[in-house]
Design a protein around this ligand. Structure first.
Ligand code: IPM
Ligand code: MG
Length: 351
């Protein structure tokens, strides 16, 4: 297969972890006789510095015409501490999601046998966890009307959802559930929010088309608690943009390190693959960041191209590296801490 992949390294540790995913993907391509053509493009603070814009049109062009996008991370502390900044790196990410129509963000949470005891949660609670949070990514309060009132002291952000936005996400959720544990949980705040009541109404109306899927409805505050108490109770969760943002950070703790969880963002044309973690600016340039979430994101990409053996080759070499302690400092616990690039080299060599 010939693949054209847009490569958006972004900010902070983005370039370092992306490099490892490229090494590993190239090793996979070599082994399985594929050809990957990588096209790098600017995004985030790096793009603001270069061209004054976090998601330039040229970058969009590269992404929109690629078969997939592999993305590192976005964000820089000099913007975080400046609420008046006119352009922010995160705007690039949001613009990219919107312009590429990436409405469904797939964020899995699973455990690695060799890391169970690294999780702050008890082994018996988390062992065997295998859930997916399907986060709506191009609507809700992230994209609703926002602003300041004339008094300057009042600000508002609006959570708006249209039925079709809920339907297309829920459809993906039902289809995913059918291929997995056949359980779908719609997470909302329908006891308070009108937008959430539309979510419930819409998902309820779809239930009859998927009689094999057991559907439940839970409030997001309760799920915040249950998710870390009984993660095994969940299979596929569908939820609105902001709720999904919060719950997926929470869920990533279950696996033991934020550096481990991959994600994909699906649109109708192109899809994007990125680690769940952020740009981790404190570690940028130090060659210490854990590259596994990005490497596993590349595995999700292969999987979506229906290249299942290729995806499995990546997942199994990642498991092997964890079992053999070829890990970065976040996981080394007194043992040898390997550099980001060393982990990448090891993975590529063992594909
Ligand atoms: C994420 C991030 C982004 C989000 C930020 C960087 C805008 O937290 O992908 O989860 O809130 O969606
Ligand atoms: Mg987030």
């Amino acid at each position: 297969m010939k693949l054209n992949i847009a490569l958006l390294a972004g900010d902070g540790i983005g370039p370092e972890v992306i490099d490892q995913a490229v090494k590993v993907s190239d090793a996979v391509a070599k082994k399985f006789s594929h050809e990957i053509n990588w096209t790098p493009a600017l995004t985030g603070a790096a793009a603001i510095d270069a061209v004054g814009e976090p998601y330039p049109d040229e970058t969009h062009e590269v992404c929109a015409t690629a078969d997939a996008v592999l993305f590192g991370a976005i964000g820089h502390p000099r913007f975080d501490n400046d609420p008046s900044a006119k352009v922010r790196p995160e705007q690039g990410l949001l613009k990219m999601r919107q312009k590429l129509g990436l409405f469904a963000n797939v964020r899995p949470t699973f455990t690695f046998p060799s890391l169970i005891d690294k999780s702050p949660l008890k082994r018996e609670r988390i062992e065997g966890t295998d859930l997916i949070i399907l986060r709506e990514l191009t609507g809700g309060v992230y994209f609703g009307e926002r602003g300041r009132k004339d008094d300057g002291d009042t600000a508002f952000d609006t959570m708006t959802y249209q039925r079709f936005e809920i339907q297309r996400l829920a459809k993906k959720g039902f289809e995913m559930a059918l291929k997995r544990g056949k359980k779908l949980c719609c997470v909302d705040k329908a006891n308070v929010l009108e937008a959430s009541r539309l979510w419930r109404e819409t998902v309820q109306a779809m239930e009859k088309d998927y009689p094999e899927v057991e559907v439940t409805y839970e409030f997001v505050d309760a799920v915040a608690m249950r998710l870390i108490q009984w993660p095994k109770g969940y299979d596929v969760i569908i939820t609105a943009n902001l709720f999904g943002d919060i719950l997926t950070d929470e869920a990533s703790v279950i696996s033991g390190s934020m550096g481990l969880m991959p994600s994909s963002s699906l649109g109708s044309d192109v899809s994007l693959y990125e680690p769940i973690h952020g740009s981790y600016p404190q570690a940028a340039g130090k060659d210490i960041a854990n590259p596994l979430a990005t490497v596993l994101s590349a595995a999700m990409m292969f999987e979506d191209f229906n290249l299942k053996d290729e995806a499995e080759a990546i997942r199994s070499v990642v498991n092997k590296s964890l079992a053999e302690g070829i890990v970065t400092e976040d996981l080394s616990e007194g043992g040898k801490a390997y550099k980001t690039s060393e982990v990448g080299d090891w993975l590529a060599a063992n594909i």
